[in-house]
Design a protein around this ligand. Structure first.
Ligand SMILES: Nc1ncnc2c1ncn2[C@@H]1O[C@H](COP(=O)(O)OP(=O)(O)OP(=O)(O)O)[C@@H](O)[C@H]1O
Ligand SMILES: [Mg+2]
Length: 258
């Protein structure tokens, strides 16, 4: 008798909880934004995406999630196309891409995280309300639930978006430059929660512009400049030759961060 179910032998991709990106390429008309990108993003690790302006950091996240069309490549999660698992993904875009005049309250934004679990036309359950309230408390924004999202500071907005992704109970968290314009206290809260998520075995992927001390929070890094210059654990990526290839002479890289 065969001990394995037939389907196990016939799956087209390996079933691991990592995200696997194979030969991803993205082009915006004449601009080749990302070339032949091959990466594995592991759960349980905090992974940072770094690289200069225009390096393709945002494009990598959007292309990976299928939010913009890819020219080539395959992205899988647990052996399935990642695009088919978007209910397990929480994504917070770069600030400049969010419409802050949108007339929603803090509570509305966090409850949006529950829509996929509840459905647009069904009433939110008590469970959903409790999960949303807990998420707001966890980011220290419990007292702001009736405020308009546009009337908050940048750091408060980031906390609310983090609360929304917590309420979503996702497995994959993608944040594009969450630390821009936030104060130190908020940065600390965000990093603490990212770490907790990683320790829970989630995939945590964060675009981080700052090459200063904050980079030491990351376990793994992906260094981009239109293609992957280096990826892997932080010290191996932050080697001078890699940084020079990505940034040229533009950056004086700090030091202790590696
Ligand atoms: N919608 C678009 N149409 C045309 N070109 C685009 C578009 N979005 C991005 N690009 C180009 O693709 C390249 C990569 O852009 P991307 O936004 O991914 O860079 P980034 O690394 O996130 O930069 P930043 O640090 O400024 O956020 C850039 O040259 C950019 O000008
Ligand atoms: Mg960007």
């Amino acid at each position: 008798m065969n001990a394995f179910p037939k389907t196990a032998k016939t799956l087209p991709f390996p079933t691991t909880p990592s995200i696997r990106i194979s030969h991803l390429g993205v082009r915006y008309r004449s601009v080749e934004a990302l070339r032949d990108t091959n990466l594995t993003i592991a759960p349980g690790r905090m992974t940072g995406i770094i690289g200069p302006n225009g390096a393709g950091k945002s494009t990598l996240i959007k292309g990976m999630l299928g939010l913009i069309p890819a020219e080539s490549g395959v992205v899988t999660y647990e052996g399935k196309p990642l695009m088919d698992c978007l209910d397990r993904v929480a994504y917070v875009p770069q600030r400049s891409q969010i419409d802050w005049t949108f007339p929603a309250t803090v509570w509305d934004v966090v409850m949006m995280g529950r829509v996929r679990k509840t459905g647009w036309f069904r009433r939110f359950s008590g469970v959903s309300r409790r999960i949303a309230a807990e998420a707001l408390d966890r980011v220290g924004m419990g007292d702001y639930r009736d405020r308009r999202i546009g009337a908050l500071s940048g750091g408060q907005q980031q906390r609310v978006f983090l609360a929304r992704s917590l309420a979503q109970q996702a497995e994959i968290f993608c944040f594009d430059e969450p630390f821009v314009g936030v104060d130190q206290k908020t940065e600390q809260v965000l990093f603490e929660i990212f770490r907790e998520l990683a320790e829970e075995g989630k995939i945590v992927l964060v675009v981080n512009h700052d090459l200063g001390d904050s980079i030491t929070h990351f376990d793994d890094l992906i260094l981009l400049n239109r293609e992957v210059i280096a990826s892997g654990d932080r010290p191996s990526v932050l080697k001078t030759e890699n940084m020079y290839r990505a940034y040229g002479g533009q950056v004086n890289f700090f030091s202790a961060a590696a």
